[in-house]
Ligand binder design. Sequence first.
Ligand code: COA
Length: 245
Amino acid sequence: MKSTEGILKYLKQLDARAAVVAISAGDGVKHILHVDETHDSETIVHPRRKEEFLLGRTAAHSALRQLGSEELVAVRRGARNEPIWPDGFTGSITHCYPWTVVAVARRQQIRAIGIDLENMERMKTEDVRGVICGPAELNWVAERDSVERLTRLFSAKEAIFKALYPLCSRYFDFLDVELKWTKSADGFSGALLTTLSSDLIRGFGFRVVSHRSDQMIFSYLIAGLTVSKCAPCAAGSEIQREVSD
Ligand SMILES: CC(C)(COP(=O)(O)OP(=O)(O)OC[C@H]1O[C@@H](n2cnc3c(N)ncnc32)[C@H](O)[C@@H]1OP(=O)(O)O)[C@@H](O)C(=O)NCCC(=O)NCCS
């Protein structure tokens, strides 16, 4: 598949600090699971969703091993379905059938990661722009390539949620973040429009890398070790420097 080959090639050169593992459901990969993860999977009713969960944990253990973790420690499921990484590690998981992608890093180097893989076909059938986009984002989507642009925004915002939720334990909506496309950087700069915690305050800025390969959009955000504050909606914080390093 052209698109997934492109994504995999891209993932390999993404960030030297993160171990990135991608598995396809069709590969017949043998599950690597901790007993607690098997237990967590028992609450998932839908068979395909359960298989994705198991592949995600299998990929997570493979990534953790690449980073030198020798023991099989469970990646449990938190109260709002967030993965609870073993001490000293952070990461993120995404599924887009048949693909599961996991990125993991040492917490000494990276504070949080958010990744998301999305198929543009999904956006052709649902008009969710009112749910996802603020006024400036709506104008950007309406200019041209609407399906691609909407998918890029949607995927980037999901990656942001996955990176920031574990840091604040607070749900936030698509309209709580504003993104602006930065062509030269192949991604978005963005900022929080609402305060989520004492350090994730309104105006907190970040960058999300957004990569298209055929019909697939992959989004990636890393949050650095220190949190720097920036002017409202003027992206360009510690996170921005980290991504472009
Ligand atoms: C949680 C959410 C982002 C997952 O995205 P998705 O496209 O549905 O699904 P994906 O396959 O890409 O990702 C699923 C993985 O996300 C991770 N995840 C789920 N909830 C999470 C949370 N609260 N925090 C961090 N990661 C989470 C899990 O690892 C999950 O995989 P797993 O169940 O196998 O462990 C999405 O369902 C959601 O709730 N979105 C609304 C909130 C939001 O995006 N706000 C926008 C803020 S700008």
